[in-house]
Design a protein around this ligand. Structure first.
Ligand SMILES: NC(=O)c1ccc[n+]([C@@H]2O[C@H](COP(=O)([O-])OP(=O)(O)OC[C@H]3O[C@@H](n4cnc5c(N)ncnc54)[C@H](O)[C@@H]3O)[C@@H](O)[C@H]2O)c1
Length: 327
């Protein structure tokens, strides 16, 4: 069993990866600056506070804990903010990862699983995306992830860093015991926004655009359960030991849901109506974003078994009602 350094382990997906690592007998060491994460979310191993850009601190932590591998979740993630603050995204996500990789080279850590995004593919007109899809990153956020994929390739060639990048879209759900869950700051993700609107914690939900060429005119998105995603990362770690590997895998269900379908499922799961109003389309919102996982099934034996909409919303709702972070 191994020590794994989890950057961004105090965030939504990273904390669930830590849970899965601990359940698999590993020791997850969270490295997080707590800018957007939560001390309370770090429940399955030690927390080392630090910034990705602080290479010396990373080296110190790696020397102390001697991780076998890194799971790299730490990033700024808000697409809209990335358009107005590209400098912050390139610095944090790209320079930050450069710093991380340099620390790995300096300390002999040679394996990394990276959280990329299907946003590197941009809007492909409703086609189901996979690893062979073309590239058209449409925001500084997506471009920063694409740049890191290239960086991983180059560090692999030059320094023997074994790497695997996962591309995915929307992550949803929570720990089945509601110990950890989704709490972004600010929250912009659909399911927590719907649950907040249902509970009166924020104003009614804005449904952006009703005239898209989809089943009911609202946008279609692919949702993966956060615990399925965490499992993919565990499988990804073992995969890095194989001699023949692919560098990128997409993780999706291949099935999308419209905004109205998600609202309907939330109303059924909670027994409460979703207060909502129609708003104009948002610039840059594609009609449909869906990706498959055929290659991930083949290479990792991964299938998104928990990723049905009802279950994701029920798990998210349980967390929403019972769980919270104070710090
Ligand atoms: N949430 C999604 O639906 C989704 C979809 C596709 C890809 N991703 C990717 O998955 C990863 C995790 O997303 P999330 O939803 O858990 O986000 P999150 O904001 O909850 O977690 C990110 C964590 O990284 C930390 N962090 C950010 N910059 C840092 C830095 N410079 N140094 C140290 N720590 C830093 C934050 O404090 C936070 O705890 C991100 O890389 C994101 O791009 C997320």
């Amino acid at each position: 069993m191994a020590v794994i350094l989890v950057t961004g382990g105090a965030g939504y997906i990273g904390s669930h990866a830590c849970k899965a690592l601990a359940a698999a007998g590993h020791t997850p060491v969270t490295y997080d600056n707590l800018r957007n994460g939560w001390r309370d979310a770090v429940q399955f191993g030690p927390l080392e506070e630090g910034d990705l850009l602080d290479t010396e601190r990373l080296i110190e932590v790696m020397k102390e804990h001697k991780p076998e591998a890194v799971m790299h979740f730490a990033a700024l993630i808000e697409v809209g903010v990335s358009v107005s603050e590209p400098d912050a995204f390139w610095r944090n996500n790209v320079s930050g990862t450069l710093s991380l990789l340099d620390a790995m080279v300096a300390t002999g850590v040679r394996k990394i699983v990276f959280s990329s995004t299907c946003a590197v593919n941009g809007d492909q007109d409703g086609v189901m995306l996979d690893e062979s899809s073309g590239f058209a990153p449409a925001s500084p956020y997506a471009a920063s992830k694409f740049a890191v994929e290239h960086m991983l390739h180059d560090y692999g060639v030059a320094f023997g860093i074994r790497h695997l990048a996962f591309r995915y879209f929307n992550v949803a759900g929570a720990d089945d015991q509601a110990r950890i869950g989704e709490h972004h700051r600010p929250e912009t993700h659909l399911i927590p926004l719907i649950l907040d609107a249902i509970e009166g914690k924020r104003e009614a939900l804005s449904v952006f655009g009703q005239d898209y060429p989809t089943r009911d005119g609202t946008c279609v998105r692919d949702y993966v359960h956060v615990e399925d995603l965490a499992d993919a990362h565990i499988k990804g770690l073992a995969y890095l030991d194989k001699d023949t590997r692919v560098p990128v895998l997409t993780l999706g269900t291949g099935e999308g849901f419209t905004v109205r379908e998600v609202m309907q499922a939330a109303a059924e799961a909670t027994g409460k109506p979703v207060p909502a109003f129609d708003a104009p389309r948002r610039a840059g919102d594609p009609a449909s974003l869906v990706c498959g996982s055929k290659l991930a099934a083949q290479e990792l034996g991964w299938t998104p078994d928990r990723s049905n909409l009802k279950r994701m919303i029920e798990d998210a709702y349980r967390w929403h009602q019972q769980g919270h972070y104070d710090a």
